[in-house]
Every structure is written in C-alpha cells, then in structure tokens.
Design a protein around this ligand. Structure first.
Ligand SMILES: [Zn+2]
Length: 127
C-alpha cells in the first residue's frame, strides 16, 4: 500500500496561516499591486526617453507626453508611499524618507505581502 497517508501538495506552513485575516490579505494584494504599477513605470522609462528623443529629433512638442508620464509616475509613487502595513500600521515601503522599490517585505516588521498575496490567489483564503 502506498504511503498516501500524508496529504500531498501540503502548503508551506509559513505561507498559509490561520492568522491571515481578510483585511491583511486585501492589504497584501493592494501592496503587491501598488509595487507592480511602480515597477511598470520604472521599466518603461527607457521607452519614455526614446519617445522624447524621437519627438525632439522631429522638432515636435514634448510637453504633453512629459506631463502625462510624470503625472503617472507621481501618482503611482504617492500611492505606493502611502500604503501601510496591515500588521504594524507603518508605511510599508518607506523607512525614513526614501522609498524602497525593491522591498517585498515591510521595512519595519518584515510582513511578507507577496507570499500572503500569492497564497490568497492560489488558495482563495478570502472572498
Ligand atoms: Zn509592518
């Protein structure tokens, strides 16, 4: 008889915890979304610079694209900076003044928003 007494695909106990409350799961998803938006802005910066360069070489106006792009940057950066950790209630990405774009964990208490959000997406803990 095969040893199938142990359940297979058992989730990592660090990822799935009965302590993940619905508001923490929602906050984790929002934190991950805010960081993803900011990273999209960051990685499209070369495209923006290329577009500005092409407009300038064709002697076209660059004001509109500059205002729109910088507005999107500022909006997403403010959204990311104002996000608070569901555990310690401090700013998730801001330790002192500067924002940590690479942080996947709370810079204060270490709450891992990505693991929680992935666990919720995978297992549907909430909703
Ligand atoms: Zn925290």
């Amino acid at each position: 008889m095969p040893d199938n007494l142990q359940p297979r695909n058992r989730p990592d106990p660090d990822l799935i915890s009965p302590r993940i409350l619905p508001h923490q799961a929602a906050a984790a998803k929002a934190l991950r979304r805010a960081r993803s938006r900011m990273m999209v802005c960051f990685w499209t910066l070369p495209l923006y610079m290329l577009a500005i360069w092409m407009l300038l070489t064709n002697r076209r106006e660059t004001d509109a694209i500059m205002f729109v792009y910088m507005g999107v940057w500022a909006g997403f950066a403010l959204d990311m900076a104002r996000r608070r950790c569901p555990l310690c209630k401090k700013q998730f990405y801001v330790k002192h003044v500067l924002m940590n774009l690479r942080a996947r964990r709370c810079v204060h208490c270490g709450f891992d928003s990505h693991s929680v959000a992935e666990a919720v997406d995978r297992d549907g803990v909430t909703q």
